[in-house]
Design a protein around this ligand. Structure first.
Ligand SMILES: Nc1ncnc2c1ncn2[C@@H]1O[C@H](COP(=O)(O)OP(=O)(O)OP(=O)(O)O)[C@@H](O)[C@H]1O
Ligand SMILES: [Mg+2]
Length: 365
């Protein structure tokens, strides 16, 4: 039996990866110089997949750390050091560690073979982190500059409110590292890198990652679905009509359509059936999410799932009883902040097409 050619939820590469030619070229050439990059996109647009592909293809050494998992400044240092251990031989690192002001305990986990690193907790503010960042600079050379990718960078403030200033003070003196900062909270990332008074003001070039080009995605779907159905063109168009070229949701829907094709063969409503199956499987999550919303947010989302009228128009307000434009506007901002809405070129849409469908179904039951 043929393997499902669609993949969603984790990093994609190889045959699962499509489009992004422009971004690949631009970022690749950019990090050849002494530049730092800031990459923003909403959740699940493909930041990690894109950057992983670029750094893998660069053949350079790189460290990848998701700040979301970091618990403290000491843990930040440990996590970075752990990743350094994956690249360099222990013997080489030993001599460097001797110069650390606070010597970490390094033990090798006998099961995984991975090093476990810890600094004595509360040891001295940012000292371990500074030593580790300086170590990265020392390990880097002109010929093989290290790439350090920090994902969900806006989370540094959760670790320590002055971490940004500290990081900037160290990073600005480094010559052999390209930093790539990523984040899904556009407003917070812009705050860090674009506000004049902020610590990382103009530290690098800011880029936003959009959805995948529809033409490219259509070809990708058509080619893969073509392996098991002659109706590949119609199905691909229908899938994109529902997913609106969102990288993750398109792959999710295509994957489910594939499963249905294999399970029960082609039927005229197969894409609808797949979409409804996804809605069903997330019923609990959507219900929980719905119940975290206030009434204004619910009313706005209800209107947005039922029609394409701009939520800021009088007509929308009349039809769905959302009240004053200013009230709707704050709801839109709040929902965007939460990642429930997407804002692209000042147009708001519901991010998850299956949540949108869930609202419609629930309201019509
Ligand atoms: N270039 C691509 N081609 C095809 N599918 C893609 C591509 N990029 C992303 N996807 C789809 O989107 C999913 C999420 O990608 P990825 O994890 O890279 O996004 P992300 O922006 O890092 O997400 P998160 O916000 O969860 O960190 C992938 O599992 C895949 O289904
Ligand atoms: Mg990611």
């Amino acid at each position: 039996m043929k393997k499902n050619p669609f993949k969603f939820g984790s990093v994609v590469d190889g045959p699962y990866f499509t489009n992004r030619e422009d971004e690949l070229e631009k970022i690749t050439s950019y990090i050849k110089g002494e530049n730092h990059l800031i990459l923003i996109s909403p959740r699940r647009f493909g930041k990690t997949s894109l950057i992983r592909k670029i750094v893998n293809e660069s053949k350079r050494n790189y460290l990848f750390l998701d700040i979301q998992i970091v618990l403290s400044a000491d843990d930040f240092a440990s996590q970075l050091l752990k990743r350094i251990y994956r690249i360099y031989p222990v013997q080489k690192l030993k001599s460097y560690l001797k110069s650390f002001r606070l010597i970490p305990t390094v033990t090798i986990n006998p099961v995984t073979g991975e090093p476990e690193i810890s600094f004595k907790p509360g040891s001295g503010e940012f000292t371990p982190l500074e030593d580790v960042l300086n170590l990265i600079e020392k390990l880097s050379t002109d010929e093989n500059k290290m790439i350090v990718v920090l994902d969900e960078f806006q989370d540094i403030f959760r670790i320590d409110t002055s971490l940004d200033r500290f990081l900037r003070s160290v990073m600005q003196n480094q010559k052999h590292i390209n930093y790539i900062f990523m984040g899904s909270s556009e407003s917070m990332i812009r705050e860090i890198f674009e506000k004049k008074s902020s610590s990382f003001y103009r530290f690098g070039t800011l880029m936003t990652l959009g959805k995948i080009k529809k033409d490219k995605f259509r070809l990708f779907l058509e080619e893969k679905l073509g392996d098991i159905t002659a109706n590949n063109k119609e199905l691909s168009e229908e899938i994109l009509g529902i997913s609106d070229s969102h990288p993750y949701y398109t792959q999710q829907l295509a994957s489910t359509v594939w499963e249905l094709l294999v399970r029960s063969g082609l039927s005229s409503d197969i894409v609808e059936a797949a979409a409804n199956e996804i809605v069903q499987s997330h019923d609990n999550d959507y219900e929980r999410l719905w119940n975290t919303l206030n009434r204004t947010d619910m009313t706005v989302l209800n209107g947005m799932s039922a029609s394409d009228i701009s939520p800021l128009s009088d007509e929308f307000s009349r039809q769905y009883g959302t009240g004053a434009t200013s009230t709707v506007f704050s709801a839109l901002q709040r929902l965007t902040q939460k990642g429930i809405l997407l804002k692209e070129k000042s147009i708001y849409t519901i991010d998850d097409p299956f949540f949108k469908r869930w609202i419609v179904i629930r309201r019509s039951e």
